[in-house]
Design a protein around this ligand. Sequence first.
Ligand SMILES: C[S@@+](CC[C@H](N)C(=O)[O-])C[C@H]1O[C@@H](n2cnc3c(N)ncnc32)[C@H](O)[C@@H]1O
Length: 426
Amino acid sequence: MSLSLPMASSALSASERALSLYEALPYPNVPLSQTARNALPEMFKMSYTTAQYLRTHTIVPPEGKVLLNAGCGSGWETLMMAEANPGAQIVACDLSPASVKLTEERLRHHGFADAEFYVLNLLELERLGIQFDFISLNDVLYLLEDPTEGLRAMKNVLKPDGIIRANLHSRRQRQVFFRLQEAFQKVGQFDVPPAVGAQNVREFMGSLREEVAQAVLWNPANYAEDAAIMNNYLLSNDKGFTIPDLFRMLQQAGLSFLSLVDRPDWSVESLFKEVPEFVRQRLATLSIMERLHLYELLRPVHRLIDFWAEHAGSSPVLPWSDEDWLSGSVQFNPLLMDNPRFRQEYSKALQEKRPYEMQWTGATHGRISIPAEKVSWLAPLLQGPTPVRELIQQAVQLGSPDEERTTAEVLTFLTNLEDFLFLMLQ
Ligand SMILES: C[S@@+](CC[C@H](N)C(=O)[O-])C[C@H]1O[C@@H](n2cnc3c(N)ncnc32)[C@H](O)[C@@H]1O
């Protein structure tokens, strides 16, 4: 007599496990008709122009650029990519045919008829024979057997001046989930169908004594959907990384770190009431990697280490000098200019002479807050790029006649907003 037993999940490859989960539950579960146009913090991460400005200080429109969403899931990320980059050619791929089908339906529904879709392992992307200007892979790398191999595969299809946006799970922020995943493996929940496993996890967690449940941060309200359980407590092959891991992996893949996507959140100085002098002195000598690592040791609050990377060997741009500012023109990030809600709300703040506030990047500290008297300084930008000297003249006319002081004030104000990639200088 022969028995056919289900294969234990540990015997399956990472791709087989991802396929079996995401074929049953394409991720994320967002209604097809929902637009991403007003999700500016999400679009920010997907914007080719924003990332390219960070890399080169040039404003390169997305028209005609070739963009890849690798591991596209149900296509929500692909839709953000398409909406954030008007006129770009969009290509999406995923292991799971059901996910690719949903992505195609979603993009067609929103009018992106000429996008291309492939059922394909991202490790085999070279088979397409396409080179990309920008590649995004959100919540994918850590699912691969060897994420460095995934990065290398992306590098092999990246144009010389292209940019990759990807992320890894943080080992420190997510440690509770890694512990519980191990616990649920021990009680056999990785080898049962998703609906059964999800229900068993709810029962298990609900049966824990209160102090134990609290210590593992269980909140049933967050886990009403099976997908939420599967993507956290029962996620096969989930792995955590640190900042030094990321830098090592990039180097092994022939890539260079450009920036964290939520970089306003990673300032070591922001963690102190007042930075002790010996720390300040030491910080000045640390590399970017060491500073970011210090941050994650002190405050590991980010689930993702979300980054932009480029080919190794590219030279970093130098910060703009005062002369650059005074001879340049400044403009709002094109994502803002293309966003009717932003234009409307900024104009309203201007008319009503009140402060302007908005959540800009996805970072907790990515909130833009412009005091009422400075909102009018940027008014000409609603019409398009404006010479910085014109903005200074206008600020002098509107307020203080002390030209030298006003120049310094305007430059500080513009520099801060440019650091957030809210403004761009040309
Ligand atoms: C958590 S989902 C993320 C979906 C999408 N990137 C997003 O953020 O909305 C992970 C996706 O990666 C896909 N995936 C995992 N390994 C892959 C591989 N080797 N090649 C292509 N897709 C893969 C899965 O099928 C799944 O759809």
